[in-house]
Structures are given as C-alpha cells and as structure tokens.
Design a protein around this ligand. Structure first.
Ligand SMILES: [Zn+2]
Length: 292
C-alpha cells in the first residue's frame, strides 16, 4: 500500500514536461533555474525588495504553493513567520516539510552567530543563528550542488542535463568568485556598522569586521539608548560606513550620520532588491563594489 501511494505521488512528476518548483526567495529561484534549465519552472514567493523575515502570506501565494510539485526554502527561521501558514493553508502533500519534494537549504549550511545567552533570544529573529547565508558567494556554490542533487532526486530522467548545467554554473561562478576576491582583498579588516545583520556571511567571506548594528538585536527596532552607544562606538573606532539594507527606513542611520559624518551605503540582499540587480552575479558585483 505504502509503495502504491509513493508511486501515485511520484507518477504525475514524470508525466509533466516541467517541474513546478516554488521557492521562497529570488536568489533560490535563480539558482534553481541555472541548474534546472528548461525542465523546470520556478515560482518565487517573496519579492526581492521585501524584508525576507516579514512577508505577507497573501492568498495568491497560497495558490502558488498549492500548484507546486516541490518547494525549496532558505530555512534557519528566515521564513518562520510566513511560510508555514502558507504551506498549511495550501494543503499540498508535495510541499509538506516531510515530503521528499521539500528542501530546506539551511540544513546544508553551518549557521554562524548563534545567540549564546538564552535571554538574548527574547524577540531575536535569529534564534538559530544568522540565516542570511546566501550572501557569501562560496555558499552559493555549495547550495548549487545541493539543489542539483535535489532536482536529480525529483527527476532522474534529466540527470545528465542537471549535471551539465551544474558543471557550467560551477565553472562560471568560480571565475566570478576570483574576481570578487581580488576586488575585496584591499578591504580586508575594514570596520563596518550595519542596520540589520544581513551581511554576516559576506563580512566573514571578505574579512570585514562588523562592530555593531543599529538594531539592538536582530528584529528589534533602534532605541535612543542603543543609538547613542553606536554613535560613541563610531567616534571611537571609526568604521568606514553603515551598510544598510534596502527595506528598513534609513532615518536612524541618517541621524547617526549627522552626528558622526559616517557614510550610509545601501546594500542589496537579493535579486531585484534594487532595480539594477537582475541576477545573482550582479548582486555580488554590486556588493563588492559598494563597500568603500
Ligand atoms: Zn535577519
């Protein structure tokens, strides 16, 4: 009986010309498309210029999950506030976290900056560690391999195509990584401030030193007490700039800048988070250029 049910679940996948894969964020969509090519359709749920932690689970998104053959999420609690309700309402067995057609990318990455103190978890939206791991281009390479394996497990028939697309992605992305490393080499050790700790993995990849965030804790809005601490820190340690995400107000950063003269640099976190960022390569081109 169990075998029959498995067969029934898998059968339509082989009959379809395309696999319909729902993904939570644009970067996952682009990566999946690079490997899947013509054999898959990707349906991206969140827009690139939205706060990835806070997506509104609109009815149109429920329909997208309901019609998907598979689902790929970032994980690490990044989607905790919005994706589980969508999955529940969609009621699609193929997008259930227990299904073999469900992939949680965070299970393949060692998360950094895990809170050590239990009290720090109060309201902290990074309780399992920092979930913004795709902003290290080396992790993109690792995730490409994970997605390749996932696509092959869903669709053995096109294994060769997925292997070939992966090999070609591996070679072009490795070249790009070399270029970004060269661009960032002179910036190693540079001190930065962020609004939200989006760039933990980017900073780690290139040896940038994050000395403080304008948010007292991830997801907790700035307070005047903490803002004054940051102003003192900037005066004392002279970081180059405030690396600011595109979706929070820059009001507090501007106030801090007016007191210290520090530069504010907008840092995109995903494809389409700024108009000029239309693929994964241009995301890292922009990020490696912006830090000065
Ligand atoms: Zn975050």
């Amino acid at each position: 009986m169990k075998k029959l049910l498995t067969l029934l679940t898998l059968l339509p996948l082989t009959l379809l010309a395309h696999l319909n894969i729902a993904v939570s964020y644009p970067y996952i969509g682009a990566l999946t498309k690079s490997i899947g090519g013509e054999h898959i359709n990707t349906v991206v749920l969140a827009k690139g210029n939205w706060d990835p932690h806070f997506v509104i689970p609109r009815p149109s998104l429920i329909t997208k999950v309901r019609n998907a053959d598979a689902l790929i999420m970032n994980g690490g609690q990044l989607e905790i506030g919005w994706l589980p309700p969508l999955i529940n309402r969609a009621g699609n067995p193929r997008t259930s976290p227990r299904a073999s057609s469900f992939l949680n990318l965070s299970h393949h990455i060692e998360l950094i900056n895990k809170p050590v103190d239990v009290d720090r978890k109060d309201g902290d939206i990074h309780p399992d560690g920092n979930p913004h791991f795709h902003l290290n281009p080396n992790n993109i390479l690792l995730l490409a391999g994970v997605i390749k394996k996932f696509l092959i497990s869903l669709d053995h028939e096109h294994q060769e195509v997925y292997e070939k697309n992966y090999a070609s992605f591996l070679s072009s992305w490795s070249e790009k990584i070399k270029g970004w490393e060269q661009k960032m080499a002179a910036k190693k050790g540079m001190k930065v401030i962020q609004f939200h700790d989006n760039l933990a993995y980017f900073n780690q990849a290139y040896g940038l030193q994050n000395i403080g965030t304008i948010e007292p804790l991830p997801g907790i809005p700035p307070s005047s007490k903490h803002t004054f601490k940051i102003i003192e820190l900037i005066k004392e340690q002279k970081p180059c700039c405030i690396l600011h995400d595109v979706y929070h107000s820059t009001k507090t950063a501007e106030y801090i800048s007016s007191k210290t003269g520090i530069k504010i640099v907008l840092m995109p976190h995903d494809i389409n988070s700024l108009e000029s960022i239309d693929d994964l390569g241009s995301l890292f081109d922009h990020l490696t250029e912006a830090v000065q």
